[in-house]
Design a protein around this ligand. Structure first.
Ligand SMILES: NC(=O)c1ccc[n+]([C@@H]2O[C@H](COP(=O)([O-])OP(=O)(O)OC[C@H]3O[C@@H](n4cnc5c(N)ncnc54)[C@H](O)[C@@H]3O)[C@@H](O)[C@H]2O)c1
Length: 273
């Protein structure tokens, strides 16, 4: 369904690890819609993932950058502008990792060193990316920066652990930086709050399968897939949304505004019999 919505636009995409990654699907869609892109990920992910396969398909260069390193991010901005011969129009921050989740440490027993890493990798990194971009004046006017969030920022989902706090900070950074970047350069910053999605990061959350099925049953439209999320990102990068900034946008098939669904009630009734 490509419509050249991003014709002539240039962008940086963080976070494509393998073909399930939301960033992977967004990279393919952005190129199909006429954009030129640079791909980036943490050096370790470049070694373990399949990003070179994607780079070939997208005719894109890969620049390693750890999103917790200001030096890496500064170099990424400079190199991207060299490759494009100018500024970028969009950036996708599709980054998340919690050592506490990875090590199955319960929220009430969090290791605080791990907690700080979760916040740095999954939330503060958005501030670092925006700061590096602003310092290098790397984004064109009306450019669009997006980060991916989850509804655990607003409501408690116990298995989501310290990632919930990271997402709350991430959404707040999008609002705060969006204010400053809007006045300074007419750059917009938003988060998309996505349904549970089967990816490496997603499946790491404890009880993910039950959680995924529950959300699917609760949502009038069902869970939004990674492809659906990619389409929403394309719309947010396009000029059709140029006045949207500082928002957290739910992309979840209606989950966020559903109290309970008939399907869930039926299941509870069956369990009670
Ligand atoms: N999968 C879900 O259920 C779901 C739901 C809502 C939001 N999200 C969010 O979507 C985003 C993308 O996740 P995904 O589901 O595609 O999983 P994914 O595992 O494919 O992507 C996560 C990416 O973060 C990268 N990353 C980790 N540490 C990094 C660092 N220090 N520097 C740079 N990159 C780093 C990883 O290499 C990986 O590419 C994340 O922010 C995630 O929290 C996911």
């Amino acid at each position: 369904m490509a419509n050249q919505l991003l014709k002539g636009k240039k962008g940086i995409i963080f976070g494509a690890l393998d073909e399930r990654s939301i960033a992977w699907k967004t990279a393919l869609s952005a190129v199909a819609e006429g954009a030129e892109i640079v791909l980036t990920n943490a050096p370790i992910a470049l070694r373990m993932g399949k990003i070179n396969e994607l780079a070939q398909q997208c005719n894109a260069q890969v620049i390693p950058a750890d999103a917790t390193s200001d030096a890496d991010l500064d170099a990424l901005m400079t190199k991207s502008m060299e490759i494009f011969g100018g500024k970028v129009d969009f950036i996708l921050h599709s980054i998340g990792m919690s050592p506490n989740v990875r090590k199955n440490i319960e929220y009430t027993k969090s290791n605080h060193e791990n907690f700080l890493k979760t916040l740095d990798i999954s939330a503060l990194s958005l501030h670092r990316v925006l700061q590096a971009a602003m310092k290098a004046d790397a984004i064109n006017e009306w450019g669009s920066v997006l980060a991916l969030s989850y509804i655990a920022a607003q409501r408690t989902f116990p298995g989501y652990n310290d990632m919930a706090d990271a997402k709350a900070v991430l959404e707040s950074i999008a609002r705060s930086f969006g204010y400053h970047y809007g006045f300074a350069r007419k750059v917009r910053v938003n988060t998309i709050s996505q349904s549970p999605t089967i990816t490496t990061a997603g499946s790491g959350v404890s009880g993910f399968d039950a959680f995924y099925t529950y959300a699917d049953k609760m949502s009038p439209l069902g869970n939004a897939s990674a492809e659906d999320c990619a389409n929403y990102c394309i719309m947010m990068f396009s000029d059709y949304t140029r006045m949207v900034t500082m928002q957290n946008l739910f992309h979840d098939g209606g989950f966020s505004y559903t109290g309970v669904s008939a399907g869930i009630i039926e299941q509870m009734q069956q369990a009670a019999q």
